[in-house]
Design a protein around this ligand. Structure first.
Ligand code: AMP
Length: 509
C-alpha cells in the first residue's frame, strides 16, 4: 500500500502547497523521514539529490516552526539549512518559499559571491528560515551581523560535498555556535568515516533513513560508454551535439562534465567556434554568470552546459536528458553525483561516458564501487578521418564547398575546421592503418549499430532546426567565437561583469 501525503501528519497549509506543486505521492525518503521529523527526532538521511530530500526535511520543518510559533529572533534564524554551493542554496530557498507559501514563514538565503552588505541588511531583523553556504554565514557571524542563538532546526544538506569542498572547519565552528537544544537533520549521499564522525557530533540518536545505498548508481539512468582517445573527445562531442553521430535519446538538455575549469572553458570555446551555443559553469565564474548559465539551461535557451563537479553539485534542473562525462571523475562517488543530474523526479536519463586509455583505471573504479553497468557504443564510422578533418564531417563527398556562415541557422552547424587539429595530431598515430579517406581504420571498435533500447528516440538534437541561429548569439562575433565575453556583450548584461570579484568566487560560501 502506498503512503499518501495526508497520512504523514502534515498540516493543511503544507498539503495545499504540495497540491499547488502538483506532487501526488511522497517519495520513499519523504514517506520515511517526514513522520520522524514531525516528532522532533534528529535525522540522518543517506540520499542522493533527485530523491526528493529537500521536501523530506522542509515540509515537516515548516510545520514544526508553525506549531512552535516562536518570534523571529533579532539577527538570527529559527531554521538554518547549510548547503555546499550557491546554486543549491538558492534552489533550496526557492523550494522553502514554494512549500511554505501558505504558512506565512519568512525565508532568506545568503551565498558567497554576492554583496555582504545586502545580506547584512536582510538579516538584521532575523528570519524564520535561512539557507546559507557555510563561508558566507561565518562571514556575517564574524562581523557580528548574525548569530545562531535563536536556532531551533539545523539542516546539513549534501554534507559529504561540504567536506570535499573543505568546509570541515566551518562546520565545526557552526556546531559550536549552535545551541545544544535543537533538532538536527543531516543529509549525505555517501557515508565515509569523516561524515560518520560529523554525524556523531551533530546529531543526537538520529533516526536513520536510507533510500539508496551509499555510492550506488542512480536508478533509471541508462549508462553508455564510448572508448575514445583523449584528443578525439572534442570531435566526438561535436558530432554528437550536432546530430552527426546518433546516441540514444533525444538531446534536449545536455550537461557535460570536465575535470577542470580550464577544460570546461575550452570545450565551450570550441563548441562556440562551430556554432553550438554552450555555457560553462565553474568556480571561476561570478555568481551572476553562474546563475545566468543555469537559467539559460533551464529555459533551454542554451541547452548545453559544461560544468565542473563543484559547480554542478546538487543543482536541480528538470529535463536534463543527457549527462556526458567528457572526462571521467577520479573519485567513483563523483560519478554518482554527476549522473544524478539526469533522471530526476521519476524521469529516465541517459549518461554517456567518454573514456580514454589513461582513464581505464577510473572506469574500473567506478564499475567496482557503484555497480554501474555500461553499454558500449560504437564510434562514428571513419571517425579518425573526421577527427583529422578529411572525413565526411567536413563536407559530404561530391558536394560543393559551402561558405561558412558566421551566423548559422538552426543553432548548430557542422564545423569546417579540424584541418588544423589534424595537422597538430597528424603524427600521433602514424603507425595505425589508414582508411581510403586517409583516416585511421579502427579494427578494435564495435561496428556502428542502431541502439536497441532507445532506437526510436535516437536522432537529431532537439534544438537543431528549432532555434533561430541568432537567438543568444547576437551575431556580434564574426569569428563565431562566442566566449563568455561575447555572450555577455550580446545580452547587454553588465551585471555579469559587476558580479565578478576574482578570488571571492573560488569558494562557494
Ligand atoms: P531533491 O532531491 O530535493 O533535489 O528533489 C528532486 C526533484 O524532485 C525536485 O525537482 C522536486 O521538485 C521533485 N520532487 C520532490 N518531491 C516530489 C514528489 N513527492 N513528487 C514529485 N516530485 C517531487
Amino acid at each position: 500500500m502506498t503512503t499518501t501525503f495526508d497520512q504523514l501528519g502534515l498540516s493543511q497549509p503544507v498539503l495545499q502547497a504540495l497540491d499547488m506543486k502538483g506532487y501526488n505521492d511522497p517519495t520513499p525518503i519523504q514517506a520515511q523521514a517526514i513522520p520522524a521529523v514531525l516528532q522532533g527526532r534528529d535525522l540522518l538521511g543517506i540520499a542522493q539529490t533527485g530523491t526528493g530530500k529537500t521536501a523530506a526535511f522542509m515540509l515537516p520543518s515548516i510545520d514544526r516552526l508553525r506549531e512552535a510559533d516562536n518570534r523571529i529572533p533579532f539577527k538570527s534564524c529559527r531554521m538554518l539549512v547549510l548547503a555546499p554551493t550557491r546554486e543549491l542554496a538558492t534552489q533550496i530557498a526557492q523550494s522553502a518559499k514554494d512549500y511554505g507559501a501558505m504558512a506565512g514563514l519568512k525565508v532568506q538565503s545568503i551565498v558567497g559571491g554576492t554583496s555582504v552588505n545586502k545580506d547584512r541588511n536582510k538579516l538584521h531583523r532575523g528570519t524564520d528560515i535561512l539557507v546559507a553556504t557555510p563561508g558566507r554565514l561565518l562571514d556575517l557571524v564574524d562581523q557580528k551581523a548574525f548569530n545562531l542563538t535563536g536556532l531551533e532546526i539545523l539542516v546539513l544538506d549534501e554534507a559529504d560535498q561540504m567536506l570535499d569542498l573543505g568546509f570541515i572547519h566551518a562546520l565545526r565552528r557552526i556546531h559550536q555556535l549552535a545551541p545544544a537544544e535543537r533538532q538536527t537533520l543531516f543529509f549525505s549521499a555517501t557515508m565515509p568515516k569523516a561524515i560518520k564522525d560529523l554525524v556523531g557530533n551533530y546529531c543526537n540518536d538520529p533516526v536513520q533513513v536510507s533510500v539508496t545505498p551509499a555510492a550506488t548508481t542512480a536508478e533509471r539512468v541508462d549508462q553508455y560508454l564510448l572508448m575514445v582517445q583523449q584528443d578525439e573527445k572534442q570531435a566526438l562531442l561535436e558530432m554528437i551535439l550536432s546530430g552527426r553521430h546518433a546516441v540514444p535519446g533525444d538531446l534536449e538538455r545536455v550537461l557535460i562534465f570536465t575535470r577542470t575549469k580550464h577544460g570546461a572553458d575550452r570545450v565551450v570555446k570550441k563548441l562556440s567556434q562551430i556554432g553550438i551555443p554552450a555555457n560553462a559553469i565553474h568556480g571561476n565564474k561570478s555568481q551572476p554568470q553562474r546563475q545566468r548559465a543555469l537559467d539559460e539551461f533551464r529555459r533551454a535557451k542554451v541547452p548545453v552546459l559544461v560544468a565542473t563537479d563543484v559547480a554542478a553539485r546538487g543543482i536541480d534542473i528538470p529535463g536534463v536528458s543527457h549527462v556526458i562525462n567528457y572526462e571521467l571523475p577520479n573519485v567513483p562517488e563523483q560519478y554518482v553525483h554527476r549522473i544524478g543530474r539526469t533522471a530526476r523526479a521519476g524521469k529516465d536519463g541517459i549518461a554517456i561516458a567518454f573514456c580514454a586509455e589513461d582513464e581505464r583505471a577510473y572506469l574500473k573504479d567506478i564499475q567496482r564501487n557503484t555497480d554501474a553497468e555500461f553499454e558500449r557504443l560504437p564510434l562514428p564510422d571513419n571517425f579518425r578521418a573526421v577527427v583529422e578533418g578529411v572525413g565526411p564531417t567536413k563536407r559530404e563527398p561530391n558536394q560543393p564547398m559551402k561558405r561558412v556562415n558566421p551566423r548559422p541557422k538552426g543553432g548548430v552547424r557542422g564545423g569546417a575546421r579540424g584541418a588544423d587539429r589534424g595537422e597538430r595530431r597528424g603524427g600521433e598515430r602514424s603507425g595505425a592503418p589508414r582508411t581510403a579517406e586517409g583516416g585511421e581504420q579502427r579494427t578494435d571498435r564495435p561496428r556502428q549499430k542502431p541502439n536497441q533500447k532507445h532506437a526510436s528516440r535516437a536522432g537529431k538534437p532537439k534544438w537543431q532546426g528549432e532555434r533561430s541561429g541568432g537567438e543568444s548569439r547576437g551575431g556580434e562575433n564574426r569569428s563565431g567565437n562566442r566566449g563568455e565575453q561575447g555572450q555577455r556583450r550580446s545580452n547587454g548584461d553588465g551585471g555579469a561583469r559587476r558580479g565578478n570579484r576574482g578570488g571571492s568566487q573560488r569558494r562557494s560560501g
